[in-house]
Design a protein around this ligand. Structure first.
Ligand code: FUC
Length: 742
């Protein structure tokens, strides 16, 4: 039994039964149907629309009026005015698009038996197998990161038994052409919300039979009586950058195809396995194994909450790592709300980048999960946003620097969209800065990364220096207009001034900018200005229910949705470290109270966040109880994709990060081992987790006590380790392994 496998005894009848493959750029969902197999296809740069800048010239002239209405407590009027004048044009962003479908048609003379369908996470290969009339058939598929293409191999254990019709289709504009042994699709993307489709794109499937014959039909290729068939598939668009669509998709495909054809199946597979395992094999996790792990994946999800299947939680971590490796690699687009897997032309929330929690949550996993390079696309995105967001900051706010509101897309739109109630929140970019500064902490603040991040940090800080306004009657500086994503307060609006989350994020942004500037020896005056503004941000407040206040006013107990999915004001507890039991015990207790009031149930990502929060509250059993809501058919589909519902991948990443957060927590200079171990995971083992400072950590535990710890640091540093209720100060020399004496 392979414990790194998702497997099923029937083919996928729904998209969320199908198994995902990807190399960060190409994505496929594999259905495994015997008579008709489907590979639903994506390419990460195929979005609707084209380069655009959604500024609205009316926004700035109305900014002061919106601010005054908010300070006057006339929130509904402020929201109405903002909806009329402050929102981006267009009002909605572009959406991530499906590219097409590869279909395989197979006619067998008899019914099949012994069906099995699987995804091996350690190989990143799907396998479908069955028997017909004494012959065993196998279909394997993978998407190569080294060679950039989807490879499908169909074989049988009796020569001449493989006959298959191969078809290519697309919901986009364009046409299929059959040529020799190749299917071509040439097309272009759709326009949306008044933005014209500006991308051309192409798909190509090369069908290579071994033995037998191949015939071209008007819309498909038919292979008869082959020993085996290999299909190579590639997709490309003309996207180059958010402001450049001059690429040549046919030429990209031709180059990759030629290299792949030359190499052949075995060598392609070998290169694929080596590259995948280079990343995937860096971390092992063992939380124990029971007989439940022998069942198929669907039944394991179904029975997790009532049963005892610690290995499913371990598999969930590895699946999260697999999804990250498959949807976000250096040089590709960041992972969207659906990673890279989307079959709809009007996907939920555009399958784009929602930056008031969802995109950030996607990237909670890579650092601890030892996949630092998967952060690269997020760094690239930040670079782009500083360009597009500068125009937005100037036009909508008359401010320096750059701004990102609660969504962005392939074209790096940064405006307030969807409606003021959701979109008029200026802090999305600042959160990304704080998050990437935390990534820099994981890397040990190397100068090259600090230099790369600094312009973004500085620009984000400048934007807030120019837009924070004094709270009337006080010396405090607050955001206005803003909101606490996406919660409606008792005045029937979301729009407000100075929600707790904004001040928390800005504290992190300002501290990061000062630290980065100091490390680089730059902008001393600006740093002083930032420090002065930081000192005037409102402190977190404790309200009448003992809760951490979500707003400046004590509104929390009077909101229409007391169990709201967002827990924005708990940003200070997780992902930030501002609220912790040592430095801020009262706020720590108040944060716990807020979380109790909010409740454990939420959307998939809402549960993902709560697992991490309960881990930071050091309550392993509570975190486990919340995890049991995620590993449940209400919040996980048969293919273990997170169900918001509908499918949204943030819950996968947030949940996987949450399990690691239960086992190890780290911040600069400190590592806490088993901070929130549930009583069910009394014995376990972890290899290759990455802590802040780039420290790689292996540990074992028994009877809920750590029994062995091994650390390897890339640089000389001192770190305090909390373990088994004691603290050890450890001096680490570069690359020399250290074992703790326990
Ligand atoms: C935010 C959330 C929704 C959803 C959407 C993509 O707006 O409030 O639940 O996750 O993003």
């Amino acid at each position: 039994m392979n414990d790194l496998e998702l497997w099923y005894d029937s083919s996928a009848s729904k998209w969320t039964d199908a198994l995902p493959l990807g190399n960060g750029r190409l994505g496929a969902m594999v259905f495994g149907g015997v008579a008709r197999d489907e590979f639903q296809l994506n390419e990460s740069t195929l979005w609707s629309g084209g380069p655009y800048q959604p500024t609205n010239a009316e926004a700035r002239p109305n900014l002061d009026a919106v601010r005054q209405l908010i300070f006057a407590g006339r929130y509904a009027e402020a929201e109405a005015l903002a909806n009329a004048h402050s929102m981006a044009r267009p009002y909605l962003e572009m959406s991530y698009q499906p590219a097409g479908n590869l279909y395989l048609d197979v006619v067998h003379p008899e019914l099949f038996t012994q069906y099995r369908r699987s995804l091996d996470l350690d190989r990143a290969v799907t396998t479908t197998s069955y028997r017909v009339a004494g012959v065993s058939y196998t279909r394997e598929a993978f998407i190569s990161a080294t060679h950039g293409i989807l490879v499908v191999r169909i074989r049988a254990d009796r020569p001449g038994s493989v006959s298959v019709g191969v078809e290519l289709a697309s919901p986009q504009h364009g046409q299929v052409r059959v040529d020799g042994s190749t299917l071509h699709f040439a097309g272009h993307n759709m326009g949306e919300h008044g933005i014209v489709g500006a991308l051309t794109f192409a798909m190509e499937a090369r069908v290579l039979p071994q033995g037998g014959s191949i015939a071209a039909e008007p819309t498909r290729l038919a292979v008869e009586n082959a020993d085996a068939v290999t299909i190579l598939l590639d997709i490309a668009t003309s996207f180059v950058r958010f402001d450049d669509v001059s690429g040549d998709p046919q030429a990209c495909i031709a180059a990759r195809m030629a290299a792949a054809v030359e190499l052949g199946f075995d060598a392609l597979l070998e290169a694929h396995l080596a590259e995948h395992r280079r990343l995937f094999r860096r971390l092992d996790i063992d939380l124990g194994r029971t007989a439940a792990a022998d069942r198929s994946t669907y039944f394991r999800i179904k029975e997790f909450a009532e049963g005892d299947d610690p290995a499913l939680a371990a598999l969930y971590v590895q699946y999260g790592r697999y999804l990250m490796i498959s949807s976000s690699r250096p040089g590709t687009q960041p992972s969207t709300l659906q990673g890279i897997w989307n079959r709809e032309t009007s996907p939920p929330w555009g399958s784009k980048y929602t930056t008031n929690i969802n995109l950030q949550m996607n990237y909670w996993l890579p650092d601890p999960a030892n996949l630092a390079e998967c952060m690269e696309p997020l760094l690239d995105l930040l670079d782009d946003l500083t360009v597009t967001g500068r125009t937005m900051a100037a036009t909508h706010y008359g401010a320096r620097g750059w701004v990102l509101h609660h969504n962005t897309d392939l074209w790096r739109a940064t405006g307030p969209v969807d409606g003021a109630q959701w979109g008029l929140w200026p802090t999305g970019g600042a959160w990304l800065c704080a998050q990437l500064w935390n990534h820099a902490a994981y890397e040990g603040y190397p100068e090259s990364l600090v230099r790369r991040l600094y312009p973004a940090l500085k620009g984000a800080a400048e934007f807030f220096l120019d837009t924070l306004v004094p709270l009337p009657g006080t010396d405090l500086l607050v955001t206005n207009p803003s909101l606490s994503p996406e919660n409606v307060h008792p005045h029937g609006a979301s729009i407000c001034a100075g929600p707790a989350m904004d001040s928390q994020i800005l504290r992190d942004l300002f501290a990061s900018t000062i630290a980065a500037g100091a490390q680089l020896g730059l902008d001393a005056e600006l740093r002083a200005e930032i420090a002065a503004a930081a000192a005037r941000l409102p402190h977190d407040r404790i309200g009448k229910a003992g809760q951490l206040q979500e707003w400046l006013e004590d509104w929390d107990m009077e909101v229409p949705e007391i169990h709201h999915r967002h827990v924005s004001h708990l940003y200070g507890l997780y992902p930030s470290w501002q609220i912790n039991p040592e430095a801020t015990p009262e706020l720590f207790a108040a944060a716990q109270r807020s979380l109790e009031i909010r409740g454990d149930d939420a959307t998939g990502w809402g549960i993902g966040w709560r697992i991490n929060l309960w881990a930071r509250l050091r309550d392993g059993d509570h975190a486990y109880a919340v995890l049991a809501r995620l590993l449940h058919l209400e919040r996980s589909y048969a293919n273990l994709f997170d169900a918001h519902p509908p499918f949204q991948i943030d819950g996968n990443f947030g949940g996987a990060a949450g399990i690691l957060e239960m086992l190890v927590q780290s911040r600069p200079g400190r590592i806490h081992l088993l901070p929130a171990l549930p009583s069910r995971w009394r014995k376990g083992r972890l290899r290759g987790l990455r802590a802040v400072g780039g420290i790689e950590l292996d540990m074992s535990w028994e009877n809920s006590r750590v029994t062995a710890v091994r650390l390897v640091s890339p640089l000389a540093q001192s770190v305090t380790i909390d373990v088994n209720g004691a603290q050890h100060v450890v001096q680490l020399a570069a690359t020399a392994p250290v074992e703790l004496a326990l």
